[in-house]
Design a protein around this ligand. Structure first.
Ligand code: SF4
Length: 419
């Protein structure tokens, strides 16, 4: 989501002749796009901004801005803590960035823009500025779920969906620029509620000429419908992978998180998906050490991890976010308990991931070539429909093509193959 916000900022700034630079010392504008999902990410904002402060001594015209969720949450407080910051721009005001920049330059003032809006203004989502073969396209913003640990509904506002025509228009433009894979993006993407249903929107995206693969992120287990699961069988372009955050494997913890599904309901959806389609990958998010999580709750989580055999897990220790319900729970767990559980979960998952990757050895798979491998310029890198990274020798002229690769070796985070 943050990367997509950065792309939107680049698109607005490009119209005002700004270009990205890798050298902060030469920048006229430094924007720190922030995340407040965990405390660590928030703390990084202050240290990063502090590093850029000194650049103002040599270049008094330099403008420093803070955007994203921390900007939204803290607003003007950031200017008190960091008086050298010029702009604070919240999550709903990215499209106002150039106007704010103009005010800072002309009026020599600091500006804060953090209003949240209940609708999407026209022009708020420009077609993303991206190189390569893949792009993310937002089809909605915000979240109405208010899971008790999560800050998102407070910093990204209520759910609002974009009209399907705008989304499809963006994707057509991207396809014209050579993009082959799009990921529809939303905090809670399958509760998309524009002028068509989410499965209908996906169908339309799959029909855009030039687009060869379609993904979507992030799904809420309660909103995954059977219609959506069956759509994978009808639409070839729909990638056979699903990121479906379960967060915990204990019903008691899920209830305290206000996730509004049970483990049994989750497992039913996952097993239907796996039963219907070969090679599908299922990834998830897990939080360990949620307040009041007992050893037995954690054992239930580990049981689910083994039962499902996720292809990958993004796992985190619970981190209380001020302003959320769970931060007020009095049964917070000690750090060492959270750390031990996280390590156990990650060690088990590592083995499962390798085991699942090994199942693909010897198989021939369609890979969308993304370009040269960063580690070895003589090799190409791409992804399978089930979202595995595959490296293989080949000519870089194949970038953007869908090729057949036979998988030869499986590692923990990638596969090796040959054309
Ligand atoms: S559904 Fe996701 S974004 Fe929304 S509140 Fe829950 S965790 Fe946060």
């Amino acid at each position: 989501m943050n990367e997509n916000d950065t792309e939107r900022m680049l698109a607005f700034l490009k119209d005002h002749r700004y270009r990205p630079t890798d050298t902060p010392d030469r920048a006229d504008l430094i924007l720190i796009n922030t995340c407040s999902i965990r405390d660590k990410a928030e703390q990084k904002v202050y240290s990063t901004a502090g590093r850029y402060k000194r650049l103002k001594r040599n270049n008094p015209e330099l403008v420093i801005g803070i955007s994203g969720c921390v900007a939204q949450q803290k607003g003007g407080e950031l200017l008190k803590r960091m008086p050298y910051v010029d702009i604070v721009v919240g999550t709903h005001n990215i499209h106002r960035l150039t106007e704010l920049l103009k005010r800072v330059r002309e009026e020599k003032t600091q500006v804060v823009s953090t209003e949240l809006y209940g609708s999407i203004e026209s022009g708020e989502f420009p077609t993303p500025e991206v190189d390569g073969v893949k792009a993310y396209v937002s089809c909605m913003r915000g979240c109405d779920n208010y899971c008790t640990y999560c800050i998102v509904p407070y910093v990204r506002g209520r759910e609002v969906s974009r009209p399907h025509r705008d989304v499809i228009e963006d994707i057509r433009r991207l396809a014209d620029r050579g993009i082959k894979e799009v990921t529809l993006l939303g905090q809670n993407v399958n509760s998309y509620c524009g002028d068509v249903s989410f499965p209908e929107l996906l169908r339309m995206v799959c029909r855009v000429d030039g687009i060869e693969r379609v993904r979507f992120l992030t799904s809420h287990p309660k909103d995954i419908s059977e219609e959506l699961i069956y759509l994978f069988g009808e639409e070839e372009k729909l990638a056979r992978s699903m990121h479906l955050p379960i967060q915990a494997g204990s019903d008691r913890v899920l209830e305290r998180m206000k996730r509004r599904y049970t483990v049994k309901e989750y497992l039913k959806k996952v097993s239907l998906f796996r039963r219907l389609y070969r090679d599908v990958s299922i990834s998830t998010d897990m939080i360990v050490g949620f307040p009041g999580e007992t050893e037995e709750d954690f054992r239930e989580t580990m049981e689910v991890v083994r039962t499902v055999g996720f292809d990958s897990i993004f796992s985190f220790k619970y981190s209380p976010r001020p302003g959320t319900e769970a931060a007020t729970y009095t049964d917070q767990l000690p750090e060492d308990v959270k750390q031990r559980r996280l390590e156990e979960l990650q060690a088990t998952q590592r083995e499962i991931t390798i085991r699942r990757n090994r199942l693909l050895v010897g198989r021939r798979m369609k890979v969308l070539v993304e370009g040269e491998s960063k580690l070895d310029r003589t090799e190409l890198t791409g992804r399978t429909t089930c979202n595995r990274i595959v490296n293989f020798p080949g000519d870089k002229g194949l970038t953007g093509s869908m090729v057949d690769v036979t998988i030869r070796v499986a590692y923990a985070n990638s596969l090796r193959g040959e054309l």
